[in-house]
Design a protein around this ligand. Structure first.
Ligand code: NAD
Length: 454
């Protein structure tokens, strides 16, 4: 496929200014929603083939999020795209100052495999709402979902507006050699660095949605049962293949045993069982082997290694975990929950800070000063107090990492902003002009200027 040709066509379509029209953007967003709604059955089928993700989890964690993003954009895009008046300083009066949101242009979205629909389509929604044209390269690992997205989008959209290009490293490398106006990447820290370097060659701005080790800190005063219930859901949803899942637990030593018992109870009550049709598979054997390797049988409290045939790992909790253990060396990204302890909150914070800035951080506590201390002292992308993962569903909260967990953010209005340049304009009338700034300079003029501008 001639990628350059596709991008040239998108660029020339963008230059026609058709995407500046808000009603055009609304029409394309509606087109996307219709195409997805009409073909939901095919979307469920493809994701089940890829990693046995159930219709329930696919709707709750993928399609409903996509539909909410489209619906919000449909209602708000006019407002988001409005020029915004700001105040003007005395030296420029009687001028006016305003900011015009302007679409970046032709953008590239690269998706990850773990939520293959949502992580590919939500950034595209934001880009279309902002008035950009989009090339989407979904992850090739879940091949059926990549194929169905390509089919539905390429059949329903003019390639000058929105085009899916399937491929793996070779194709992505080729795409990255072309100049785009913005690149939005979701994936690992390692590939994020490759994308950033490729973008730098063209001075292309990036949004990088990366990963990391997200902690859950649990103090002794919590409602243990509710904490365990929320943790089990957040960790084992999608078989732990969630970038914002709690990667590891740091619990106050005084409630360690109580918490483990409650976690066990909620795992046993849940659908997260190897034999259950609603429990997601590990995406491929490479990841299965990587995860099995992290499970030290001596430290298994519940669960254990998975087998290659089913590609399923039961919800697994590890105890007596040390920072030197394999499971603490990298992001887990699977259904393994190491539980570590602390005695003071300073110790917990110090432990979290041994890793680079996480994408998410969760603190479970009734103690207001501990909550404030954690939020104040740990830098992280986003998170929650007394819950995990659910902050992702709040459209008024920007979603993105910080430091090694990412650059930039999206969701709702923040997605629109990610694909927009905010153009500053000062507008002056002709009928009056303050002469003070003009030569010939004099002491008197300087004195007046100092009075005016301080
Ligand atoms: P990945 O980095 O392996 O792949 C992501 C994308 O990059 C895929 O489309 C892939 O085809 C492409 N790619 C892979 N290698 C490449 C290369 N050498 N050159 C160019 N492109 C390449 O990530 P993944 O395995 O799909 O996802 C797992 C990671 O993503 C985890 O670290 C997870 O935390 C992170 N993640 C982050 C978010 C977020 O929103 N912040 C969401 C999901 C996943």
């Amino acid at each position: 496929m001639n990628y350059q040709k596709i991008i040239d066509q998108q660029r020339s379509f963008f230059n026609s200014n058709a995407t500046k029209d808000i009603s055009f953007r609304i029409q394309e967003l509606k087109r996307l929603k219709n195409a997805l709604k009409k073909n939901e059955a095919l979307l469920y089928e493809a994701i089940y083939k890829d990693f046995k993700k159930s219709e329930f989890e696919t709707y709750v964690t993928e399609l409903s999020i996509i539909y909410h993003e489209i619906d919000l954009a449909l209602v708000k895009v006019k407002k988001w795209a409005k020029k915004k008046k700001v105040s003007t300083s005395i030296v420029n009066l009687p001028g006016k100052s305003y900011i015009i949101p302007e679409p970046y242009g032709s953008v590239l979205v690269i998706g990850a495999w773990n939520y293959p629909y949502q992580l590919s389509i939500c950034p595209a929604i934001a880009a279309i709402a902002a008035g950009c044209t989009v090339v989407l390269k979904p992850s090739e690992i879940p091949s059926n979902t990549a194929e169905i997205m390509a089919k539905l989008i390429n059949q329903n959209f003019d390639p000058k507006i929105f085009k899916v290009i399937e491929g793996s490293v070779k194709e992505t490398t080729e795409l990255l050699s072309i100049k785009f106006d913005k690149i939005f990447f979701t994936g690992s820290v390692g590939v994020g660095k490759i994308v950033y370097q490729a973008a730098a060659k063209h001075l292309t701005p990036v949004c990088l949605e990366l990963g990391g080790k997200s902690p859950a800190i649990i103090t002794k005063d919590v409602n243990v049962d509710m904490t365990a219930k929320r943790l089990v859901w957040a960790k084992f949803l999608n078989a732990g293949q969630t970038c914002i899942a709690p990667d590891y637990v740091l619990v106050s030593s005084s409630i360690h045993d109580k918490l483990l018992a409650a976690i066990k109870k909620h795992i046993e009550k849940s659908d997260y069982k190897v034999e259950n049709q609603n429990y997601t598979q590990i995406i491929n054997t490479k990841n299965l082997d990587r995860l099995n390797d992290m499970i030290d049988p001596q430290k298994v409290f519940i669960g254990g290694k998975g087998n290659e045939q089913d590609r399923v790992i039961p919800p697994t909790v590890l105890t007596d975990v040390e920072f030197s253990d394999k499971v603490m060396q990298e992001e887990i990204f699977g259904p393994i929950l190491p539980v570590l302890t602390f005695d003071t909150i300073d110790e917990a914070i110090e432990k979290v800070k041994r890793f680079s800035k996480p994408l998410s951080c969760y603190v479970f506590t009734k103690n207001n000063s501990i909550k404030k201390k954690v939020l104040n002292e740990i830098s992280f992308g986003g998170g929650a107090v007394n819950d995990a993962v659910m902050y992702f569903t709040e459209q008024n909260l920007p979603f993105g990492g910080v430091g090694d967990s990412g650059i930039g953010n999206y969701h709702g209005k923040y997605g629109f902003e990610t694909f927009s340049h905010y153009k500053s304009v000062l507008q002056k009338p002709f009928w009056v002009e303050l002469d003070l700034k003009y030569a010939p300079y004099s002491g008197k003029k300087l004195k007046w200027l100092k009075r005016l501008i301080g």
